[in-house]
Design a protein around this ligand. Structure first.
Ligand code: TYM
Length: 339
């Protein structure tokens, strides 16, 4: 098999404000990966319209797209080095997604747990776009022949589907090397940040309780208060990882501390094992404030000049199209589209 050159692609939906899970599970790793390979980072505004919660108003979607762009830059994504753009400005994503609608199988999509979680009992009321969402995600990645995709744990199944799509396309057209099989990059203790109210549920933008998550834009007092109120149990911190048995909230806070401080869980337990949660929470709040509030301040500064953000996105889209357009031409030839 010929190796495809290393290339990163990842994205986030502009729905509500980004939270600590988005930061630790994805964004923080994106910043580091810029030193390792070329990167494309996308604001997936076309995915954001698959659910109508909150996006009946065009101004809200546009504002959220600019806010997520500002968050990428404020966290350290360098738009000079990396290609930063919004999905809807690169029409090749939608074009390839249609082709993948014809490559993907209903049975594959029926197995997607996120669709089931998002629709619950009301599958028939969901948009068709929400159902085929993972095929647009596969197109986001493969329209650049990207090889690595840094995401949180919850995207693993979608990435497996992207690999299945790449493999089926390659084998249907008897071109075993055409698309790379993209590798998930899921690293560190922040890949599955849980709700601060319930350690068995993922921290999520859609949770009704704002106390379940820390938003990137929360101020010092809000962050401290949310951590103070985070659910724990009456026991002190365990001495080692075995002591997390049946204590998901305790485990979550320790994982968050480790991810924020770039240390291991073992290091955190060596320092805090046997101490009370009240003490640990004070230190965690201090650390979270130190890491997150400079990002929020930089986001606020960037958002005072939306025209500059739009220029960055337009420039990124042009560079992204420079990669995607020739690949799309190749795809059309492979399929037999005339023109
Ligand atoms: P989205 O917008 O839901 O989330 C963006 C990123 O944040 C990660 N994440 C978490 N990580 C750890 N703990 C959590 N509680 C948590 N919540 C979210 C997600 O894993 C993700 O990496 N389908 C994608 C967006 C997408 C995409 C792509 C990603 C569209 N096309 C192509 C990669 C490549 C999504 O909805 O992510």
């Amino acid at each position: 098999m010929t190796a495809h050159p290393n290339l990163i692609l990842s994205g986030m939906q502009p729905t509500n404000t980004l939270h600590l899970g988005n930061y630790l599970g994805a964004l923080k790793n994106w910043v580091k990966l810029q030193d390792e390979m070329p990167c494309l980072y996308c604001v997936v505004d076309m995915h954001a319209i698959t659910q109508d919660t909150g996006y009946r108003h065009p101004k809200e979607l546009a504002a959220a797209t600019r806010e997520v762009t500002a968050a990428y830059i404020a966290a350290g994504v360098d738009p000079g080095r990396s290609i930063l753009f919004n999905q809807s400005q690169v029409p090749e994503h939608a074009e390839l997604a249609w082709i993948f609608n014809c490559v993907g199988r209903l049975g594959w999509l029926d197995r997607m747990t996120q669709f089931k979680e998002k629709t619950g009992k009301h599958k028939e009321r969901a948009s068709v776009g929400l159902y085929t969402y993972p095929l647009l995600m596969a197109a986001d990645i493969l329209v650049y022949k990207a090889t690595h995709v840094p995401v949180g744990e919850d995207q693993r199944q979608h990435l497996e589907l992207s690999r299945d799509i790449a493999q089926k396309f390659n084998s249907d057209y008897d071109l075993p090397d055409f698309f790379p099989l993209p590798e998930p990059v899921i690293v560190g203790t922040g890949t599955r940040v849980m709700s601060l109210r319930d350690g068995t549920k993922k921290m999520s933008k859609s949770d009704e309780s704002d106390y379940s998550r820390i938003n990137l834009t929360d101020d010092v007092d809000t962050i401290a208060q949310k951590i103070r109120k985070a659910r724990t149990d009456p026991n002190p911190l365990p001495e080692n990882g075995k002591g997390f048995e049946g204590r998901p909230e305790a485990e979550n806070l320790v994982n968050i501390y480790a991810a924020l401080s770039d240390t291991s869980r073992g290091d955190v337990l060596a320092k805090f094992g046997g101490r009370q949660f009240s003490e640990f929470k004070n230190e965690l709040a201090e650390l979270a404030v130190a890491k997150l509030t400079p990002i929020a301040a930089e986001m606020r500064r960037l958002l005072t000049d939306p025209a500059e953000i739009d220029r960055i996105l337009a420039n990124g889209a042009e560079r992204a199209r420079g990669i995607a357009a020739p690949i799309m031409t190749e795809v059309k030839q492979v399929i037999g589209f005339v023109g």
